[in-house]
Design a protein around this ligand. Structure first.
Ligand SMILES: [Zn+2]
Length: 763
């Protein structure tokens, strides 16, 4: 007997158990005792929902968060590059717990003489290192930063016992705070501001030695309350310099005294604008509030250049007041050019603002403020209406760092004012990114110290959407060769190199930022791509966008955790995504799906002889056997009739069960294929397949990821087609981040993938 493979035509016939068992045997069973099923629900990994955090991913009915309000007087000593401050913190205990002590963060201590931060970095000597870093590490005595705490007192002036553990300070309360209590205390401090170009850091100053001027971008500059929450109790993860911050919300009243010739802006409403602005600045400011298309210059380059030439000895005080912010930052210099324009968001006028020295031009006057305005529009559409009254972009060399309403951004032209595409796009992208951080984590206030991806990943995802908007709204900003904005992160294909790379240097996204190998790809690129694929390929824009907005709105001005995000995305979309979170966020698996084999079949009437033989073999009645049989047939079927015409039993069945109208509508397949897809990669992903026919047409079919649920290695599809299939391609539009596309086509196209090239190189 010819080798026959029995297959079921379940579309036509009732399942036939004896044959079904034969095909089932081919399914591999998972090995071992651990349930490693990729579709296993995330109960072990997720914390159990409770009164603080609901199973839906929304804040629970007893959700609480602490509040920290600040009143501060700050003096910037430009001559000695020192910052002096006295602050009064009013802390409100909204938790149900009794607190015996408070923890305050002293992030400047990362640059203190006795800081342990440099000691955690291994790696030995760099073969090729920066001269400055060699000098700083091995020749110089090192920069002496860190807070000098002059006092910690209660409102009656009584000193409070306190203890400093590196970047954290524990303040003992005179009596324990009960739930609902408020406690006010004051701290007086000062520190030496760092030259961040020389000594690193997310804030500090840049020195312009040829004119002896400094440009200050000041943040993490005051002792800040740590977060106390239902998740962590007191946040106790120290600041090592890389992982960012966890901060409670509060109201700020801050007075900052600077030299009178400085221009300053920062978090909050400037409440004494008339005192610190000149008459000309006020007039221009009024004009800017009505300018929605072009920025209005408040301080011109000419005026800034004039200010650079002398140094005022008098001072002035800028008064800023901010409600419901998690932090405070400001920038100050006599070098600043200052421009603004208005942007409408949700019926409200918001000011888009830029501060930059002449060294940023002509790039900054052209695009900074427009990038700010455009970002506010895109992000508001994707999340919620921007709730603050302004957003500022400050030019600071080599910086990309965010604070409420204000951020520092790189992107500096050459001395002659020319710049490459790389510098231009880099500057626009970093502005979109840092302004975007107003939404994540400044408003959707996740714990950056623990979960870098919750702000960087979500933000980089929306950044991609906003960059594409920007390219559409400001085509003049694009270079001639670019039809759309050339985003660096977001599209699936851009993460392939990372995900297909050396597994020894890849950590799951759910790893604390400090402990990851490739920080940018791990915390920014991969989660952003995961969300982009989820939006474009798995859920579709409508469901994704609704759920993403729901998450942002549920958690705006609150503290979400990863589970709150994962749960909300499922809750609002009716999409069980546990498999997706598991694969993309909890493992380092990559996508590799291919075509293993394509076999064509002939379907025909079962012969009497075969029926008899089969009946004997399975001890059955001949009349109970199916009338159709599928035979392996690699020959061309093009001359055969459609099955509906050639099969007696099929014809009879159709005549008995369908009306003439319905019969006309029936398909008449002539070609039958068994396509075996294989999955060398660990990730389960939807199987996107493009079938191309001999008449040149094609059809793309997306099989949901669940196609892999019973067999993680292989999936077979029976294809009954009216037209002959000439080629099959998996993931034709590169949507799934497939690391090896050489196995994606049938017939096989001989190429060497990037993945193979990397592998060969390693060998
Ligand atoms: Zn960021």
């Amino acid at each position: 007997m010819k080798t026959l493979k029995y297959l079921l035509l379940s579309a036509f016939f009732v399942t036939f158990s004896a044959f079904a068992q034969e095909t089932e045997k081919e399914t591999e069973k998972p090995q071992g005792h651990t349930n490693n099923n990729k579709f296993k629900q995330l109960y072990d990994e997720f914390s159990t929902p409770n009164v603080y955090r609901a199973a839906s991913g929304a804040p629970g009915h007893e959700y609480y968060q602490q509040q920290a309000d600040y009143k501060m007087d700050i003096v910037l000593d430009d001559v000695n590059s020192k910052l002096f401050g006295e602050e009064t913190i009013t802390y409100t205990n909204n938790s149900p717990d009794v607190l015996k002590y408070l923890w305050v963060q002293l992030d400047q201590n990362v640059r203190a003489k006795d800081s342990k931060s440099p000691l955690i970095n291994g790696g030995g000597f760099n073969k090729m290192g920066q001269t400055s870093s060699f000098v700083n590490s091995h020749l110089a005595d090192g920069f002496e930063g860190g807070f000098n705490i002059e006092f910690v007192k209660d409102v009656n002036g009584k000193p409070l016992p306190h203890m400093i553990n590196r970047t954290m300070m524990r303040v003992e309360l005179p009596k324990p705070m009960a739930s609902g209590d408020k406690f006010s205390f004051s701290i007086k401090w000062n520190y030496q501001i760092n030259d961040y170009i020389k000594h690193g850091g997310r804030s500090g100053y840049e020195n312009f030695p040829e004119e002896d001027n400094k440009l200050y971008v000041i943040a993490q500059f005051y002792p800040r309350m740590a977060v106390y929450s239902d998740i962590e109790g007191w946040q106790n993860s120290q600041f090592w310099g890389r992982d960012e911050f966890a901060l409670p919300f509060g109201d700020f009243d801050v007075n900052i005294t600077t030299p009178v010739d400085h221009v300053l802006d920062g978090t909050g409403v400037l409440t004494n604008r008339k005192e610190v602005f000149t008459k000309d600045m006020m007039k221009r400011y009024e004009k800017a509030k009505k300018s929605f298309d072009e920025p209005v210059v408040i301080v011109s380059q000419k005026e800034a250049e004039k200010a650079e030439k002398s140094k005022a000895t008098k001072t002035k005080t800028w008064k800023l007041s901010a409600k419901n912010v998690r932090d405070f930052g400001f920038a100050s210099s006599r070098k600043f050019i200052y421009d603004m324009m208005a942007v409408k968001v949700g019926g409200k006028d918001i000011m888009a603002v830029s501060l930059y020295p002449k060294e940023g031009n002509p790039l900054w006057e052209a695009w900074s403020t427009k990038a700010v305005a455009s970002t506010l529009k895109s992000y508001s559409r994707m999340t919620f209406d921007y709730p603050y009254h302004k957003a500022i972009s400050v030019h600071a060399r080599q910086q990309g760092m965010e604070y409420p309403m204000i951020c520092w951004n790189y992107g500096r032209p050459e001395k002659d004012g020319t710049y490459s595409d790389r510098v231009k796009y880099g500057m626009i992208s970093v502005i979109i990114h840092e302004v975007g951080h107003n939404f994540f984590p400044m408003i959707v206030n996740s714990d950056e110290r623990q979960w870098t991806w919750m702000d960087e990943g979500l933000n980089t995802f929306v950044q991609y959407v906003a960059e594409q908007d920007f390219g559409e709204w400001y085509p003049k900003a694009l270079s001639a060769k670019d039809k759309k904005y050339p985003s660096r992160r977001g599209p699936a294909a851009k993460i392939v190199r990372y995900m297909g790379g050396d597994q020894d240097y890849i950590a799951p996204i759910m790893t604390k930022g400090l402990n990851t190998y490739q920080f940018g790809n791990n915390a920014y690129g991969k989660p952003a791509t995961a969300l982009n694929i989820l939006r474009e390929t798995v859920m579709g824009r409508e469901l994704f966008d609704y759920s993403f907005r729901e998450y942002a709105q549920r958690w705006m001005f609150k503290h979400p955790t990863p589970e709150d995000f994962f749960r909300t995305m499922e809750d609002a979309s009716a999409f069980d995504l546990d498999w997706y979170w598991r694969g993309w966020f909890y493992t380092t698996d990559y996508t590799d799906i291919g075509i293993k084999e394509v076999v064509s079949y002939k379907v025909g009437e079962t012969s009497q002889a075969l029926k008899e033989e089969t009946a004997k073999r399975y001890n059955m009645e001949v009349k109970d056997l199916p009338s159709l049989i599928v035979m392996e047939e690699n020959t061309d079927n093009s001359d055969s009739k459609s099955l509906l015409e050639s099969s007696k039993s099929l014809k009879e069945y159709v005549m008995d069960n369908f009306t003439p109208e319905q019969r006309k509508a029936l398909k008449r397949p002539k070609y039958f294929y068994n396509v075996t897809f294989n999955k060398p990669g660990g990730l389960v992903m939807p199987l996107i397949v493009k079938y191309t026919y001999d008449d040149g047409t094609s059809k793309t079919e997306t099989y949901p990821a669940q196609i892999w649920r019973l067999n993680d290695k292989e999936a077979k599809k029976a294809i009954a087609s009216e037209k002959k299939i000439v080629s099959i391609q998996v993931d034709p539009d590169l949507e799934t981040a497939d690391v090896d596309t050489t196995n994606n086509t049938w017939p096989k196209v001989e190429t060497t993938s990037e993945f193979d090239k990397m592998k060969n190189k390693k060998k």
